[in-house]
Design a protein around this ligand. Structure first.
Ligand code: SF4
Length: 261
């Protein structure tokens, strides 16, 4: 992480508001919790949840991202589960003001799909200048957007979407390019799966993991885990564990097991 610096004006011409005052993001909520997924599980973080996602996974646990809500909610005090509401759109200054109340050391930028608002991310993260440790959680299809901000984040948690779990079409080629783009910094893949994972998906995922030799992959059973056929899920995970020793993990959504946000 870089040195802490004060706010910087990105453009700011005479008589005009600086760019970071004009550009706005749609953000649904800001709250404190313990990271419940992926390789950073257990880490206290402040979550900034961006609105909007062009995918519509059937297991999506943030339905507000596709809704017409007008207000964001901000937890205050941190870890209180009490919320203040305010309009959905944030300028860079407004977002930084909201975050300052949390005194975070680690941020999870999540959604929805944050990369769909990359114009804002680029300005905001440049201005933050790596003040916080940053994890980007993404659906793994917005490769060009990732390239614009990759130098400003610390870790990418990228999804590899399985049609059997999402109800969406496959995105194999897009995921492949996205993983390639994430190469310069820390990253891992997350595969949300259940007992319906098909032989074709096992084959396609195997090809991706073979191609990206260093890629660590977290298998995450669809929540609620109690409703899954765990025997089949463990068999599928076992296949990958044998093929890619040391490179796969099985981690459910642990925050849900503890009823955390
Ligand atoms: S990619 Fe993520 S935010 Fe988008 S619909 Fe799927 S689960 Fe929800």
């Amino acid at each position: 992480m870089g040195a802490v610096q004060g706010p910087v004006c990105i453009v700011g011409a005479h008589g005009r508001a600086p760019v970071h005052d004009m550009i706005k993001a749609k953000i649904i909520e800001i709250f404190s919790s313990i990271q419940g997924e992926g390789l950073w599980v257990g880490r206290p973080q402040v979550f900034v949840r961006f609105k909007g996602c062009r995918l519509e996974c059937v297991y999506c646990d943030t339905p507000l991202t596709h809704s017409k809500i007008r207000n964001a909610r901000i937890e205050y005090p941190p870890f209180s589960r009490q919320f203040e509401t305010r309009p959905l759109e944030f300028s860079v200054e407004e977002l930084n003001g909201a975050l300052a109340r949390f005194a975070p050391s680690s941020l999870a930028i999540t959604g929805g799909e944050p990369l769909e608002q990359v114009d804002f991310l680029e300005v905001w993260l440049t201005q933050l200048n790596r003040r916080y440790e940053i994890l980007l959680e993404t659906n793994g299809v917005e490769e060009e957007a990732l390239k614009r901000i990759i130098h400003l984040i610390d870790m990418v948690s990228l999804d590899i979407k399985l049609p059997s779990a999402t109800g969406e079409p496959p995105y194999w080629e897009m995921h492949d390019r996205f993983i390639e783009a994430a190469g310069p910094i820390g990253h891992y893949a997350k595969v949300v799966f259940d007992e319906k994972m098909t032989d074709d998906e096992i084959e396609r995922l195997t090809i991706i993991l073979q191609k990206h030799a260093g890629l660590v992959t977290v298998f995450q059973p669809v929540s609620p885990v109690q409703k899954r056929d765990l025997k089949v899920c463990l068999e599928i995970f076992g296949l990958f564990s044998e093929k890619f020793p040391g490179r796969v993990r099985l981690i459910p959504q642990t925050h849900k097991l503890m009823s955390l946000l």
